[in-house]
Design a protein around this ligand. Structure first.
Ligand SMILES: Cc1cc2nc3c(=O)[nH]c(=O)nc-3n(C[C@H](O)[C@H](O)[C@H](O)COP(=O)(O)OP(=O)(O)OC[C@H]3O[C@@H](n4cnc5c(N)ncnc54)[C@H](O)[C@@H]3O)c2cc1C
Length: 496
């Protein structure tokens, strides 16, 4: 079906377009407004924040995934302070692993782990660790190889395998080692145990015990930034997905937007900063890019998740911010306890609200299940784990988060190289963010890419945006240079 395309009525050709009002897009838009430039932001969803949005139901606030705010970037920290002022709270982290009916602290605490595993199993774990430390596997291509070399086979099977397979839906011997290398980084059994006794010199993100958090979740921050952009003369259009990117060679002339009434509107522009998924950006270019570029885009894959939010008529269900569920007899991967992230997330006294997180693929059985069925399944699993009793769950709702994880499989790197080579030739079009760069970026990385995009387009700053959170220097050092960035991960086992 062909649809008529309307021309944007106002004289807006010289205004930059920002695609997506998640952390990357809104940070870019805010930086533009700071320069007196008024961007037009187009967002597909009905609320801002992207994957870091906060959903609301009957006064309860639900963070999609649980977002810790932690960054090594002085620039990012300064922005958080500027936007949120004294509203930003410092929170303590408690997260445990539920495995074989027992709770283990994560990060691991030696005595707690010893008690949970028992003396004999702990001795076996120790022996396995020694064996793999002394004789590591030479081949380190997969997640399984990578973790086994650092933790031993036995600990890998206990604390990494089942959860990681829930998250990714593929066996750990088919998951690229790079994913572990990026998320687990310099964490090893030795550093995990050592950190229980001595303060590590370097910040290892997986072990972060304190983090910042807005009282009503990350969405509160992103709504604040949206208001700043609008107050500065920018506009943020919700429910307005970009469906076409019109180009002349390596110059973008206009974007095509589907407005809430279904009309397709052509918006001419002189610069575009884009945080929509890379695959989608390439596929909606008009004219279409060369065949090898299209094939590379087609090769990119994603993993999705949904949160079943349950309202429970009990206070203080458990002390954790979240619990990893390793038990293979239930499908749930992680349980968030939002009142422990911030009391303001729960509006009523004597109540709790939980986020039961299920990792899935868009369109699979779980994804397409009716909300009522998902609520019933989550309630049943919560009882099976032993966290609630019959009648405790009084209400629920479901939120689906598509493309929450860019997948690192055996071909993505080559595809990304092709796409980067193509996109780097554009003079006025820059991709940013997590799915925009197909990189496992946290909010702070996404924000930096937004800032760098503005500086590249307006100051010719020459930042290598693709290397944010990719180059060693971006994620290993704890210094306060502008180039360095580290953040709380959803990460290590927080994601896997
Ligand atoms: C489970 C989980 C836990 C996490 N935990 C943490 C954490 O603890 N700390 C942390 O810092 N980060 C965490 N993250 C990462 C964080 O969510 C991301 O880094 C951040 O949301 C990325 O921002 P972004 O703007 O790049 O992308 P997104 O958040 O994906 O935003 C992109 C926006 O573009 C919009 N869009 C897509 N297509 C179109 C289109 N065609 N037209 C217009 N708009 C479009 C989307 O609707 C979305 O709003 C976590 C992520 C997950 C999945």
């Amino acid at each position: 079906m062909t649809q008529s395309v309307q021309q944007s009525s106002k004289n807006t050709e010289s205004r930059p377009v920002v695609i997506g009002a998640g952390p990357a897009g809104l940070t870019a838009a805010d930086a533009l407004v700071e320069r007196g430039i008024t961007p037009i932001v187009f967002e597909a969803d009905k609320i801002v924040g992207g994957i870091a949005r906060t959903e609301e139901y009957k006064g309860y606030h639900f963070d999609m995934g649980g977002h810790r705010f932690f960054s090594k970037s002085a620039r990012v920290n300064a922005l958080w302070r500027k936007w949120m002022g004294d509203d930003m709270q410092t929170r303590e982290r408690l997260s445990r692993i539920f495995y074989e009916g027992k709770y283990f602290h994560y990060p691991l605490k030696p005595f707690n782990a010893l008690r949970g595993l028992g003396l004999i199993e702990s001795a076996k774990v120790g022996a396995s660790y020694s064996r793999w430390t002394l004789f590591p596997s030479k081949k380190e291509d997969t997640f399984e190889d990578w973790v086994t070399n650092r933790f031993g086979r036995r600990l890998f099977r206990t604390f990494f395998k089942s959860y990681t397979e829930k998250v990714w839906g593929i066996p750990t011997d088919q998951l690229a080692a790079e994913w572990a290398a990026q998320r687990i980084k310099n964490l090893s059994l030795r550093s995990a145990i050592a950190s229980a006794f001595i303060k590590p010199k370097q910040t290892i993100t997986s072990l972060i015990e304190q983090f910042l958090y807005p009282p009503r979740g990350p969405g509160q921050m992103w709504r604040t930034v949206k208001s700043r952009v609008e107050a500065g003369g920018g506009s943020v259009h919700l429910e307005s997905p970009i469906v076409g990117i019109e180009r002349d060679g390596f110059r973008v002339l206009a974007v095509k937007v589907r407005r809430p009434d279904g009309q397709i509107v052509r918006q001419p522009t002189d610069r575009v900063i884009a945080s929509l998924p890379l695959k989608q950006a390439i596929e909606c270019m008009d004219p279409a890019p060369p065949a090898d570029v299209l094939a590379a885009a087609k090769d990119l894959k994603y993993r999705d998740f949904l949160t079943v939010c349950l309202i429970v008529k009990r206070e203080q269900l458990f002390p954790d911010n979240w619990i990893y569920i390793h038990d293979p007899h239930v499908e749930v991967g992680r349980i968030q306890n939002f009142g422990n992230w911030s009391p303001d997330m729960v509006p009523a006294k004597g109540m709790s609200s939980l986020g039961m997180e299920y990792f899935c693929n868009e369109g699979d059985d779980l994804w397409t299940s009716a909300d009522a069925d998902l609520i019933a399944q989550a309630t049943g699993e919560l009882r099976k784990i032993g966290l609630v009793e019959k009648g405790d769950v009084v209400d629920g709702c479901v939120f689906r988060v598509p493309k929450s994880y860019p997948v690192y499989d055996s071909t993505y790197k080559q595809s990304l190289k092709t796409l980067q080579g193509y996109l780097d030739q554009f003079e006025n079009f820059v991709m940013i963010g997590r799915n925009g760069l197909h990189r496992y970026n946290n909010q702070d990385h996404a924000m930096l890419t937004g800032l760098f995009a503005v500086e590249n387009l307006y100051d010719d700053a020459g930042h290598d945006i693709w290397s944010v959170n990719a180059e060693q220097e971006y994620h290993e050092e704890t210094d306060h240079s502008e180039k360095t960035s580290q953040s709380a991960d959803e990460g290590t086992r927080d994601a896997a």
